[in-house]
Design a protein around this ligand. Structure first.
Ligand SMILES: [Zn+2]
Length: 221
């Protein structure tokens, strides 16, 4: 298995790509975790859309779901393939995809997924997701998930983090309470590109695995 970082940036970044991860189960079968408003263009440019058989969404903020329907429609129109979907409910997204017969666009995933509800935005369904017992992704979350069962099971944890206290995202400092062995397998994401160096310094100071960057690749056994 291989985990490739498509993007690690937050909603209002001037450049860079929204937080998005691609987990390759094998060379031709990958799971996309979140598909924000600028992710589809990046995937198209990389010529890897045929490999993305499954798309999981943590929540429906635009920087996490904004180009997901476009991806499904592209896969159907150009490849003739439905896409497995999961994570939070896609119903609202599918309902606004006017004119598309979405029963043709979607199918049920065949991979192993565990999810948990997390607090992030008021009255919005938000989930953290563990895929194949290996990769745990917080999506956006106001509290640390590093002490949860799903985090303990995972080989690698990708957690959003804010540099200072924030009502929607847990701070690096609050994540730092976790045991050293959990922090060592945790990589921080969802930041403004110009604050990368600050994130990196904070990650080093507290003993996290690092800060994600677009193009990073992790081998997962
Ligand atoms: Zn969000």
């Amino acid at each position: 298995m291989k985990l490739e970082v498509i993007g690690a940036n937050s909603a209002f970044a001037k450049e860079g790509t929204n937080s998005s991860l691609l987990l390759y189960l094998d060379d031709n079968n990958a799971v996309l975790l979140d598909c924000g408003y600028n992710v589809f263009a990046k995937l198209l440019e990389k010529n890897i859309i045929a490999k993305i058989k499954t798309v999981l969404l943590t929540h429906t903020h635009q920087d996490h779901c904004g180009s997901a329907i476009t991806l499904l429609e592209y896969r159907k129109a150009f490849l003739g393939e439905a896409t497995a979907i999961g994570g939070v409910s896609w119903q609202k997204l599918l309902d606004i995809s006017e004119g598309a017969d979405y029963s043709q666009l979607i199918k049920i995933p065949e991979i192993q997924i565990e999810t948990m509800d997390v607090p992030h935005a008021k009255e919005m369904e938000c989930k953290a997701i563990l895929v194949e017992d290996k990769v745990f992704y917080s999506g956006d979350c106001a509290i640390s998930l590093l002490n949860t069962e799903l985090a303990k099971k995972a080989q690698i944890i990708i957690h959003d983090a804010a540099l200072s206290t924030n009502p929607n995202h847990v701070s690096v400092k609050d994540l730092a309470i976790a045991p050293d062995e959990v922090k060592a397998k945790t990589f921080l994401t969802h930041y403004l590109p110009e604050r990368f160096e600050e994130m990196k310094t904070a990650a080093q100071k507290y003993g996290f695995g690092g800060v994600l960057k677009s193009g990073d690749i992790f081998r997962i056994i």
